[in-house]
Design a binder for this molecule. Structure first.
Ligand SMILES: [Zn+2]
Length: 241
């Protein structure tokens, strides 16, 4: 699946899941009621995290995000995880990443900012934000934009980071499951799960079905959130007036 579609699928899953995340009846103390700013930040984090499972690919698009640093990192992740589309394409990895990012955001804010910088860098590269293979210009652009995004989010309560990252990874895995190779969703079990609806990366199905469906979904859910917030403001405004 194309990076841009992975990122879109992440944002879509986040926007769809947001109302559920606020339900205390369902999640108890782990429920988070998101402000509009948090909802937007979460969409950015989830879109970036939706590229994360591909850190097992040393020659993939996101391996080049920060030049040799990420190339070497991805090479080792690939070795440890058993190659491309192995351990990092599983529920285990999604939950592990979600938990790790929640812990960073809650107990080690500088660590979280560093992780956020990397996640957003991956996201930008994934959606094709680079100068067509030109390095180091592309890496510098990634650094500047990711740094700016981290700055914009630095004083936001990001206790929802774990949910965003886990959901992003799961969205990526679901997308890859639609390709012929499938994913070992229940790793360490070896069975690969797949429903090959997308026969070829960047083929007709991806361009003319998947991409438009994801885009329309993100637009509809964004509108729903914005209109929902406006409704709340109008209601509370009329109450106080
Ligand atoms: Zn993948």
């Amino acid at each position: 699946m194309m990076g841009g579609n992975h990122a879109l699928s992440g944002a879509l899953v986040w926007l769809a899941a947001a109302p559920v995340l606020g339900q205390e009846r369902l999640l108890g103390e782990a429920a988070v009621n998101l402000t509009p700013k948090q909802l937007l930040a979460g969409a950015v984090v989830t879109a970036g995290a939706a590229l994360l499972p591909d850190i097992d690919h040393h020659n993939g698009r996101i391996a080049n995000t920060f030049g040799p640093v990420t190339r070497v990192f991805c090479k080792y992740v690939g070795k440890i995880s058993g190659g491309h589309r192995q351990a990092t394409h599983s529920i285990f990895f999604a939950v592990l990443m979600g938990f790790a990012m929640w812990a960073l955001a809650t107990y080690a804010i500088y660590g979280w900012w560093a992780a956020l910088f990397v996640i957003i860098g991956f996201g930008l590269r994934g959606i094709g934000f680079d100068f067509e293979g030109k390095e180091p210009q592309s890496s510098i652009l990634d650094c500047v934009l990711a740094g700016l995004a981290v700055y914009l989010m630095h004083d936001l309560d990001m206790s929802f980071a774990g949910y965003a990252v886990a959901l992003g990874c799961l969205a990526h895995i679901a997308g890859d499951c639609l390709t012929p190779r499938g994913c070992p969703v229940f790793w360490p079990l070896r069975a690969r799960i797949g429903l090959p609806l997308i026969p070829r990366t960047d083929g007709k199905v991806e361009r003319w079905v998947i991409a438009p469906v994801l885009t329309v979904g993100v637009v509809i859910l964004t509108m729903r959130s914005v209109l929902g917030d406006l409704g709340v403001e109008i209601l509370t405004g009329s109450n106080t007036g």
